[in-house]
Design a binder for this molecule. Structure first.
Ligand code: ADP
Length: 194
């Protein structure tokens, strides 16, 4: 299995690049943000629970996220690999993911970080709020909280994969196709290395 993490702050372009990567490498896309939005739309208990956190730009509690990802992996059947998008967002999530994948003998090959300056993120999130009707993009204070939660909880996840020698980074500003090519180069390197 080719298991990858696409990592980066809110608005870095993870969703856009994931869509291209799943096609090129025949991967299954697991976006925890998308999964929560689906639950929310369907009005499930999980969706209702997540909503309170999402509306404020806070993280949904680790165990809730981990159980949802576990279910999703288990129900995915026979697949060639997974791209994780928006997960793991905390160290406990990263440790839990390692355990889940160890049981399948299919560890993460690489985490690729999309690096985007903060000012650019604020502009993109405000644009997305206008285009996509995402309530968590609409309020400046919620955007600020998501960026601040990213710094306090999520940045450490990149270090975790650096420590495990499974880290690469790509500049996330520029043409979508050029960023995509640069991500592919990093993925291909990690596939050759292992
Ligand atoms: P973004 O595009 O801003 O990175 P996502 O679509 O990935 O946002 O996630 C939207 C919201 O869903 C987050 O602000 C958070 O409340 C919740 N969420 C998504 N993934 C996770 C996760 N791995 N851990 C905790 N909360 C999450």
């Amino acid at each position: 299995m080719i298991n990858l993490i696409l990592f980066g702050p809110p608005g870095a372009g993870k969703g856009t690049q994931s869509a291209k990567l799943i096609e090129k490498y025949s991967l299954t896309h697991i976006s925890t943000g998308d999964l929560f939005r689906k639950h929310l739309k369907e009005g499930t208990p999980l969706g209702k629970l997540a909503q309170g956190y999402m509306d404020k730009g806070n993280l949904v509690p680790d165990q809730v996220v981990i159980d949802m990802v576990d279910d999703k992996i288990k129900s995915s059947g026979n697949i060639t690999g997974i791209i994780f998008d928006g997960f793991p967002r905390t160290i406990p999530q990263a440790e839990a993911l390692d355990k889940l994948l160890a049981s399948k003998q299919a560890p993460i090959k690489v985490l690729v970080e999309l690096v985007v300056p903060e000012e650019e993120l604020r502009t993109r999130l405000a644009d997305r709020a206008r285009k996509e009707n995402r309530p968590d993009d609409a309020k400046p204070e919620v955007i600020e909280n998501r960026i601040s939660v990213y710094k306090s909880e999520t940045v450490a996840v990149a270090q975790y994969y650096k420590d495990h020698k499974k880290y690469a980074s790509v500049i996330g500003v520029g043409k979508i196709d050029e960023i995509f090519e640069n991500i592919c180069t990093e993925i291909d390197k990690s596939l050759l290395a292992k």
